[in-house]
Design a protein around this ligand. Sequence first.
Ligand SMILES: Cc1cc2nc3c(=O)[nH]c(=O)nc-3n(C[C@H](O)[C@H](O)[C@H](O)COP(=O)(O)O)c2cc1C
Length: 191
Amino acid sequence: MKIDTVPALTAVCAAAASEIGSPPRVGAAEFRAAMRHMGASVTVVTAGQGAKRRGMTATAVCSLSAEPPALIACVNKQSACHDAVLRSGAFAVNLLASAAGHEHLAERFAGQHGVHGPARFRDDEWMELATGAPVLRAAAVAFDCMLHDALDGGTHSILIGHVVATRSDPDRVTLLYRAGAYSTSPRTPAA
Ligand SMILES: Cc1cc2nc3c(=O)[nH]c(=O)nc-3n(C[C@H](O)[C@H](O)[C@H](O)COP(=O)(O)O)c2cc1C
């Protein structure tokens, strides 16, 4: 059976749920303990301009579609960045580089140095591409996105961004995060 519409898929899910019932969900602590083993590239998601700039470290980012070029970022609704994205209608995803002091940057944008708001941006060089969202000049790769939609995902919103510009530095290797530690990708990118 080919299912190619969302309403059809919803009906299939409802039918499956009524057949298997609703098993109890795992607790948040169990979920986090399992999820920390899922390695991912470390990014800083940014939005806004000037004094309204906000940014946060995020690993819950992935590709969504090639046509249109789109990605998703899962951003906590309580974060300052969440409001900045919704207010400005745009955001950038900056992939951090290993061997560029970016672990420190990741910690700062995760609030681990007690720095908040636009002060998180003061120690690095930033630029703009198409939307005006802050792009880290030293990022391994940056995606500049127009906000296409913000879907409810519980504590987080699933931000769908249509990519309007990219910037990449082939000499930089992306920084990874897994099980509470930062590391370097095993292979260097092709020239
Ligand atoms: C490695 C790492 C990955 C993170 N990934 C996410 C993420 O994908 N989404 C999210 O909402 N928060 C994520 N966080 C937490 C935010 O970076 C952190 O809560 C940040 O301080 C939010 O910004 P705010 O203090 O301005 O609200 C991550 C933190 C770390 C250290």
